[in-house]
Design a protein around this ligand. Structure first.
Ligand code: UTP
Length: 291
């Protein structure tokens, strides 16, 4: 099924404190999984489901995110002179992935605030939000499934995953009722609840398909948890006017803002590479076997 969603927003203005000291001077979105910055996987995921226009919300010290998606004429010329056709084509392809725009969030006032900055760019159409901390495996089909759910319901669809009860306080958490295969209807949301106050063990992961009504809901949302304008609170506000659904999935998502998941993603992607996989597997077997 082809989707009507053409635009995506990638909020990347957060400070990345969970990954210090690496993120002191380097944006966490630029940390590579093997040899590709994590944000490039996320842009490629959006492009793979038919998104043609991407707005990246950046902030202080994020200049090299912009540089990464821009043409680099000097580098291209050097590669051309060196006869490195394959690398040259790969560099040109990055800048041609989609129409990529940037806007800066002056202060990190929260994820809701960051998404709200996209209002003029997005206009009156549904759009996807992809958090660059969450890298989805290309075979996971998570965003594609969410877009199908959006076409079926015409509503906002949240990416949801069952999490360990002890970990619900890391996520936005939903109260819901089943609404079909992989689909639930969301009745309430709570941002980072204590385990005994969580309405369920379904957590909101970093993928959203939102209707444009969310912008008015964000504008009406006051600072919440951590003093930040939370997207979860805005979607809770949206529930007063519209239905909200969740698309549930199990596997294929790595939280690369978390060090252990970052390592898991690195190993997974490296093992799948034709050029690295066999040698890397042999190395891992040697290391783990020796342990
Ligand atoms: P996080 O809650 O993970 O915050 O943001 P963070 O600062 O990026 O990372 P840590 O927790 O300190 O390590 C979730 C997503 O929302 C974006 C972040 O860039 C990330 O993609 N965000 C958050 C913004 O764009 N602006 C904000 O004001 C807050």
């Amino acid at each position: 099924m082809s989707s009507s969603v053409r635009k995506a927003v990638i909020p990347a203005a957060g400070l990345g404190t969970r990954f210090l000291p690496a993120t002191k001077a380097v944006p966490k979105e630029m940390l590579p999984l093997v040899d590709k910055p994590s944000i490039q996987y996320v842009v490629e995921e959006a492009v793979s489901v038919g998104i043609t226009d991407i707005l990246i919300i950046t902030g202080r010290a994020k200049r090299n995110v912009e540089d990464h998606f821009d043409r680099s004429v000097e580098l291209e010329e050097l590669l051309r002179q060196g006869g490195k056709e394959e690398e040259l084509n790969a560099m040109r392809a990055i800048a041609g992935l989609a129409r990529i725009h940037f806007i800066r969030q002056g202060q990190p006032l929260g994820l809701g605030h960051a998404v709200g900055m996209a209002a003029d760019h997005v206009g009156d159409e549904p759009f996807a939000v992809l958090l660059p901390d969450d890298v989805c495996h290309p075979s996971s089909g998570i965003l594609a499934g969410m877009l199908v759910a959006h076409e079926q319901t015409g509503s906002t669809v949240l990416g949801l995953k069952q999490v360990d009860r002890r970990e619900v306080s890391l996520y936005g958490c939903v109260a819901f009722e089943p609404a079909g295969d992989s689909l639930v209807e969301v009745h309430d949301l709570v941002e980072k609840p204590a385990p005994d106050e969580a309405p369920s063990d379904l957590g909101v992961m970093g993928r959203y398909v939102l209707t444009p009504a969310v912008f008015a809901a964000i504008a009406a949302t006051r600072p919440g948890r951590g003093g930040e304008i939370q997207l979860t609170d805005a979607i809770k506000g949206l529930l007063r006017q519209e239905k909200v659904f969740g698309y549930t999935f199990r596997d294929g998502r790595f939280d690369v803002g978390n060090k252990l998941d970052f390592l898991k993603a690195t190993v997974t992607f490296a093992l799948e590479r034709d050029d690295l996989g066999p040698d890397f597997r042999a190395f891992l077997e040697q290391v783990v076997g020796a342990g």
